[in-house]
Write a protein that binds this ligand. Sequence first.
Ligand code: ADP
Ligand code: MG
Length: 671
Amino acid sequence: MLLQEPIAALKGFGPKTAEKFTKLGLYIVKDLLLYYPFRYEDFKSKSIFELVDGEKAVITGTLVTPANVQYYGFKRNRLSFKMKQGEAVIAVSFFNQPYLADKLELGKEVGVFGKWDAAKSAVTGMKILAQVEDDMQPVYHVAQGVSQTSLIKAIKSAFDSGALEELEENVPSILLEKYRLMGRQEAVRAMHFPKDLAEYKQALRRIKFEELFYFQLNLQVLKTENKAESNGLAIAYDGEKIRKKISSLPFTLTEAQESSLTEILEDLQSGRHMNRLLQGDVGSGKTIIASLAMYAAYTAGLQSALMVPTEILAQQHFESLLNLFPDLNVVLLTSGMKPVVKRAALSGIADGTVDMIVGTHSLIQDAVQYHKLGLVITDEQHRFGVNQRRIFREKGSNPDVLMMTATPIPRTLAITAFGEMDVSVIDQMPAGRKPIITRWVKHEQLETVLTWLQTELDKGAQAYVISPLIEESEALDLKNAVALHEELVAFFGDDCAIKLMHGRMKNDEKEQIMQDFKNKRSQILVSTTVIEVGVNVPDATVMIIMDADRFGLSQLHQLRGRVGRGSKQSYCILVANPKNEVGKRRMTAMCETTDGFVLAEEDLKMRGSGEIFGTRQSGIPEFQVADIVEDYNILEEARRVASQIVSDENWQTDPKWEVLTQNLDRHKELD
Ligand code: ADP
Ligand code: MG
């Protein structure tokens, strides 16, 4: 099987390069074929009237002067010529690519990809295009050590190996015909190297359908399995003890918290299986409700587990559970733990001395044997699919499931994306919170902001400063964060401790930095978006987001939710010089409201430009190509047809759906 060959087996690639590719989750040849570009360099030519100053584009014209190469300095040179587009004359220069002169012919049409300088009516060229029309170049997400060029080379080589021939169709032919979908092999090729825009659109439609259809099929299977399992756990919790716990809290629960808790407790008690979504804006107090549900399981003599996406969050939840339930045996379970500690935790979990478990994905790994697991709660991002359920069942338990999400999901979407779940909403903030004051400033005003920040720090405040996000490259993100950190250190000098945290640090390093920040050993935390989800430091009252227009509204809302968690006045400063209307609208929307639902609706309205931020922490899986908002119609149709298929009791043995049963488990899971 060529598809299953390791990348190192490809011509021109050794183990060293292959090792680097693993950072992108690419191990075998098949992975390369299915690693789609996230955008294309648009090589469709533009007229100079459409061009935006400073932007890269393809510009075509007729060559009106011969190419002239000037040499200067050591090995440096400039190739220049003029071309005419309509009546406009455009000056083109290329640096250090003298050989391009061979491609240029006086009087002929030429296509240049380069950066447009409106004032000079000039282009700094990067490429001369062989064919001008609809030429699209794939752009992939890369990682440190893996460049666009090497990735493209590997993908091309994967195609050249003939592996594509082995890629089997995974959508039943009935559906291919019904929806007039492109075949899988053709679509996969066209995703990378489309002949033209039309072909690409067809390929994209097919791949999106495939993704959304399997997603819906999984949900529908889960739903029917849930229905069949009327023998869920009936958790006989001790209501008295729970009340007592609630009255010992330093605050009273909001009405919305109370009613969500009631709904959850009813589910726990009933013999029906709980499969519930707990939705509430950042800071609305979901965590305490989840903790009380875990406590309920404990009072019934059952274990409960809380699964979170990162080790930092695990640590944080672990501490808060310890605080809340000092008499209980709560353990942490993460992959980064020391083996001795881990072994102790595992044996406690297995023999039932452990009451509550907090962890990352490790919670569903083989080594974990639960004693009597009654409840599993997932926080952000994790979603329970058919497979996760099965894993727990195979471990001998069939726990109730509660999923928390902080992303406000508009109702219509929730029905489709969480069709198999019941939903509780905490739509109310705890009393006494001061709304966060949000301001949008331009880069030129940064110094004023920092001077203001100094006075806030003097008053004992702590601040997050988020460095810009470069979609394509983690390495650049890091570089930016480091530079920003240095800049701030230079500005504040020894007046305050400024720490840097980024995604490439080891987990214990990150944890230490978070701890130091929590304990006020540092005043400013410069970070990439790794702090984005769930982090809770009540004394941090300032959030500064650099190049805020690069983030989607939901992500900005999440980031802003890191402050305003205590009783003090909090601030969010968006530093941005947005290049387009969407960016500007995002900034003003952020300044106008702190209501997550309003922002989510606004986000929906602004979609259509291919942004895929909104769904990130919602628990809605992040699809590789599909966008749950943009592709809502496909999603709906996929749901309809999936539920139709599953409604036939014997569908799994029906030959016409054979390919589905084959792919259901193996297809990318729902988390
Ligand atoms: P979420 O998980 O929804 O983002 P948290 O559960 O972390 O929010 O709550 C944020 C903060 O508010 C925590 O410090 C928590 O102790 C506090 N809190 C929760 N519920 C209430 C309430 N009803 N009244 C006051 N403070 C609350
Ligand atoms: Mg939370």
